[in-house]
Design a protein around this ligand. Sequence first.
Ligand SMILES: *Cc1c(COP(=O)(O)O)cnc(C)c1O
Length: 371
Amino acid sequence: MENKLKVKALIRKSVLGVNPYLPGKPIEETKRQLGLKEVIKLASNENPWGPSPKAISAIKRSLSGINRYPDAQGFYLKKRLAKFFGLIPGNFVLGNGSDELIDIVIKTFMEADENIVTSEGTFLEYEIIAQVNDRKVKKAPLCYFKYDLGAMLKLVDKKTKLVFIANPNNPTGTYVSKNEVAQFINALPEGVVVVFDEAYDTFIDVDDYPDSLSYLKNKKKIIILRTFSKAYGLAGLRLGYAIAAPQLVTYLERIRQPFNVNLLAQVAGLAALEDKVFLSKTRRLTLEGKDFMYQELSRMGLRYVPSVTNFILIDVGRNSQEIFKACLKFGVIIREMRQYGLTNFIRVTIGTQKENKKFLSVLSKIIKESN
Ligand SMILES: *Cc1c(COP(=O)(O)O)cnc(C)c1O
């Protein structure tokens, strides 16, 4: 290989510095690589009970129309969302997953010398997308696996434009309470926009979870991100949305590409919103599965962080990469947490009861053998 293509000098400096996102390993690839017939994935917090049957029917009905571009305005979906929240269509921006909305938000608001404040041990996309856009991120340490809003407030300076709060947080499964958020918002300087990333809001079963919509109604400068990728079971279609004041939405829409949300995602999202039966089944089975996991983990003597989401952060007391690899050999895909600075932890999604049992028996075997 003498004529190796040299490209580094061509690449933008901030791109050279990016630590790429490591997604959960896909099922098919794992089967192929390890020659396994059965593989379960508890690595990406997807819905293990599939997409909603109503979404599947809606997609089938729309298939013959995919020679056409999707509706660039997402008219019906925004109208349905508006009804769902008691808002207007002008409060919504649709995204190719909420990941895309993070990018749109950063591009809309941030000047070159401004910074983002968020937490350590949180969703990595905030920092990765900021890096790609050449924007600076300041991170406060977690406090007992929770966002420390007080510490974050201290990081806010004259150049802070955005604050990202994953609530609940991924990968810890913890949340910041109504009071904590109220104090934080009140103390924040005028020129800062707060983004609440609420990818797991449907799984919440506590009373003091903040009502972020109330801040919107009270004319605070906030943006709420929601997704169809988790409880709604549409991760593969890529659909998320931002809720914000219409004045902000106008500018966010300038950055959004016209056909970012595909036609099937739009009809499936609409149908999934209507499918209350599927959503409440997902919620109930997730909470039951989580209780079962808690019990069994405690029986095995493992510590975990109590979670208000559909996943659990588990302290395996040793290098989690080893545990990840060992689980993989048995056809169980989980997430090791080194990239998040949580070396001795794994993150495991609540699956079907069969999947939960399989994971627990594999983990128990691995831990016994390594003791
Ligand atoms: C899964 C997740 C998202 C959602 O991503 P999509 O791009 O909508 O699939 C956003 N934020 C957090 C914290 C998540 O865990």
